[in-house]
Unconditional design. Structure first.
Length: 148
């Protein structure tokens, strides 16, 4: 199993996370003269957090999910109230360690779950009834962070 860890923080929905919002969008082509497009604010708690009491943030450590676009330093919005589904990106607790993987239910072998990384350098993890295992939460959003 990889030695990745997650730094986990609880969501504080009591405080507004209002930020200025560029109403007209940001052009990715040729520069366009700026107008007064900053006309409203956006509360990130209202956009990203559906279930405040069950929502946590975690910073990604490691590279086992890079092929899914999740890189070291990114922030995850994790909702513990969502039910895990086949193919969900989940924060799992297995045998004393947290890991971020896709959940794959083995339809051939009852009671077996595979934790699938998104990087060929890491093997899938077979979860059986012998493991101490829980799905801790489902990733609802990934916030790209470039830490340098």
């Amino acid at each position: 199993m990889s030695k990745e860890t997650l730094d986990i923080f609880s969501a504080n929905s009591d405080a507004a996370m209002e930020q200025f919002f560029v109403d007209g969008g940001v052009k990715a082509g040729f520069p366009v003269p700026s107008g007064d497009d900053i006309s409203q604010s956006l509360d990130l708690n209202k956009v990203l957090v559906q279930h405040p009491a069950a929502t946590f943030y975690a910073r990604v450590v490691g590279n086992s999910m890079v092929d899914a676009g999740v890189e070291e330093g990114d922030l995850l919005v994790i909702d513990r109230s969502l039910a895990p589904q086949n193919g969900s990106m989940a924060v799992c607790f297995i045998d004393g360690e947290f890991t971020l993987k896709f959940i794959n239910l083995d339809e051939k072998e009852r009671g077996v779950i595979w934790l699938q990384p998104a990087n060929d350098q890491y093997p899938p993890i077979k979860v059986t009834p012998d493991n101490d295992f829980i799905v801790w939460g489902i990733v609802s959003y990934t916030i790209k962070c470039r830490l340098k």
